[in-house]
Ligand binder design. Sequence first.
Ligand SMILES: Cc1cc2nc3c(=O)[nH]c(=O)nc-3n(C[C@H](O)[C@H](O)[C@H](O)COP(=O)(O)OP(=O)(O)OC[C@H]3O[C@@H](n4cnc5c(N)ncnc54)[C@H](O)[C@@H]3O)c2cc1C
Ligand SMILES: *[C@@H]1O[C@H](CO)[C@@H](O)[C@H](O)[C@H]1NC(C)=O
Ligand SMILES: *[C@@H]1O[C@H](CO)[C@@H](O)[C@H](O)[C@H]1NC(C)=O
Ligand SMILES: *[C@@H]1O[C@H](CO)[C@@H](O)[C@H](O)[C@H]1NC(C)=O
Ligand SMILES: *[C@@H]1O[C@H](CO)[C@@H](O)[C@H](O)[C@H]1NC(C)=O
Ligand SMILES: *[C@@H]1O[C@H](CO)[C@@H](O)[C@H](O)[C@H]1NC(C)=O
Ligand SMILES: *[C@@H]1O[C@H](CO)[C@@H](O)[C@H](O)[C@H]1NC(C)=O
Ligand SMILES: *[C@@H]1O[C@H](CO)[C@@H](O)[C@H](O)[C@H]1NC(C)=O
Ligand SMILES: *[C@@H]1O[C@H](CO)[C@@H](O)[C@H](O)[C@H]1NC(C)=O
Length: 506
Amino acid sequence: MVWSRAPMQGALAAMAGFLTSTCARSVERSPMPIADPTVVILGGGVAGVIAARTLYEQGITNFTIVEARGELGGRMQTQTIGAPGNEWVVERGPNWVQGTQTGDSPVNPIWTLVQKHGVKTQFNDWSNSVVTYDETGAVDYLDIFNDSDDQYDDLTVNAGARVQRQLVDLTARAGYSLIGAKPKTPADMACEYYQFDWEYAQTPEESSLIASSWGNNFTYDPDVGGFGDENEMSIDQRGFKYLIQAEAAEFLQPDQLMLNSTVMNITYSSDGVNVTLTDGSVLLADYVLCTFSLGVLQNDDVTFDPPLPDWKEEAIQSMTMATYTKIFLQFPEDFWFETQMGVYADTTRGYYPVWQNMNLTDFFPGSGVIFVTVTGDESVRIEALSDDEVQAEVMEVLQAMFPNVTIPDPTAFYFPRWHSDPLFRGSYSNWPSSFFNGHHQNLRATVEQRLWFAGEATSEKYFGFLHGAYFEGLYVATELAACIYAGGCAGMAHVPEVTNALPYTI
Ligand SMILES: Cc1cc2nc3c(=O)[nH]c(=O)nc-3n(C[C@H](O)[C@H](O)[C@H](O)COP(=O)(O)OP(=O)(O)OC[C@H]3O[C@@H](n4cnc5c(N)ncnc54)[C@H](O)[C@@H]3O)c2cc1C
Ligand SMILES: *[C@@H]1O[C@H](CO)[C@@H](O)[C@H](O)[C@H]1NC(C)=O
Ligand SMILES: *[C@@H]1O[C@H](CO)[C@@H](O)[C@H](O)[C@H]1NC(C)=O
Ligand SMILES: *[C@@H]1O[C@H](CO)[C@@H](O)[C@H](O)[C@H]1NC(C)=O
Ligand SMILES: *[C@@H]1O[C@H](CO)[C@@H](O)[C@H](O)[C@H]1NC(C)=O
Ligand SMILES: *[C@@H]1O[C@H](CO)[C@@H](O)[C@H](O)[C@H]1NC(C)=O
Ligand SMILES: *[C@@H]1O[C@H](CO)[C@@H](O)[C@H](O)[C@H]1NC(C)=O
Ligand SMILES: *[C@@H]1O[C@H](CO)[C@@H](O)[C@H](O)[C@H]1NC(C)=O
Ligand SMILES: *[C@@H]1O[C@H](CO)[C@@H](O)[C@H](O)[C@H]1NC(C)=O
């Protein structure tokens, strides 16, 4: 059975109807109204906190956020690293507001929270503060770097033309090849990596041409509805997470938050949802809004009873949870570049390719902190190694980049293992070319009217980003509030099967 979702207009009208007791209902199915419905929000990341704020603003206060960790923020997490007396708070997870605002373009809501809560950020120049290396040391291939930047733009234009002509999606690799961008040398590959993998945390082969271009445009291109092309990096020593914790503190009551509470099992029916925690306690809810990461849903870290329907499971398994790993080092003396960014071209594509210098006046002056990022399969590979083994690889790369330097031992070495973490199972979602719009709708759709879903992965325009999590928490909770005021509803619709436009013919 397929329920069609009441359009926003109708849903809001239904809410207004409730408030004025005229009871104009536009939803298809309205079971007995629940007098004081309880909502349990699973997960205290950006989506969970913004969903809670949205319910609160709509006058629904009988909700609880259930979070496994000891604080709010989700993937917004910090780590203190460094030698005694020279310690710095670094970001394990997100560290940029990606796209802020340009002129009268839409504003990134994360940027609004940064400004509201006084989080300290700094413009991070990805284009004009770069120096390049290969296995022989410093080698200037900024011409290739610049070409690669242009090719990335061409890629998004090519993708847009396909959308207009209703052509099928392709991999971003096919898209690159079709515009004539065919990287062959280590420098070509490192520059392409910088443009592509360093954002999507996966290769062009693994990524949708159209969805990755949308992701870029809606975030970075004010000409097509995006915020702007600037990246502001958090350097706040309270952590980037401060913005969402401070936001929560404005409305959340202590009894609306359960920290250190890990969900094990979710039992649901069209009458309600029971959430079992690892300590055996059970929370009864009329509605559950699940914001667990795509990786958690994919890996059965939480079980659903009955198992999720086929259409939901196919959507979950068809999106990808990618991994992005920042490896932090601190050195007692300076030997690296003075730009913000360094690119390293290894013969193995994606081998410790992007370096960032935090020891700059505008960042962490005098910290001696640098970090290198790996993504995708490389992240998975290094997570299986010991810290010492990874450190040895990183030091070998640094020695190749700086052949004439006697590199001192680092005073700190740290990297998080997102892929193995059962609360995340990766860092953020990426859209493969075999993920179709029907899958997207089903990833977000409500199960049995009572089990709702939101998070960065359910965002069509901004999957992978903090602002994606924000907009999804806002949108889905708004729908849920309208549903509650309507006395119940079908929830957000799904398609029963994702089918081809034309049948297979053999
Ligand atoms: C390394 C890295 C770098 C990134 N860089 C950026 C960036 O610079 N800019 C940007 O915009 N985005 C970035 N992102 C993406 C951004 O962090 C996410 O899109 C966003 O934080 C997701 O929020 P969410 O609320 O959807 O999910 P989450 O933050 O994952 O929230 C879900 C919550 O559920 C909890 N949970 C999971 N399982 C259970 C359980 N069984 N029981 C109870 N609780 C559970 C988790 O602890 C978590 O708090 C990055 C992410 C990572 C990891
Ligand atoms: C929330 O709902 C539950 C279950 O109906 C009820 O026991 C509880 O008193 C309610 N809490 C508030 C604050 O209304
Ligand atoms: C959560 O657990 C941590 C570690 O055991 C503890 O330090 C912290 O006080 C706990 N917080 C809450 C709110 O229970
Ligand atoms: C690369 O582009 C930047 C500006 O975008 C320009 O200043 C620089 O000269 C270019 N470098 C090369 C080698 O083309
Ligand atoms: C992305 O933006 C460019 C303009 O900068 C546009 O030409 C292209 O069609 C857009 N791509 C998509 C997939 O919308
Ligand atoms: C989930 O919980 C229900 C009731 O709380 C129980 O009947 C069921 O066996 C549990 N399932 C799993 C997989 O733990
Ligand atoms: C939740 O638990 C209550 C009390 O044990 C039970 O009556 C109810 O049927 C359960 N609901 C679901 C959806 O399992
Ligand atoms: C870091 O930057 C400071 C200036 O802010 C400089 O004096 C110092 O030598 C640099 N290197 C290290 C390792 O701190
Ligand atoms: C390293 O030193 C050698 C010999 O002095 C010199 O030829 C070479 O240019 C130096 N390399 C770098 C990257 O500075």
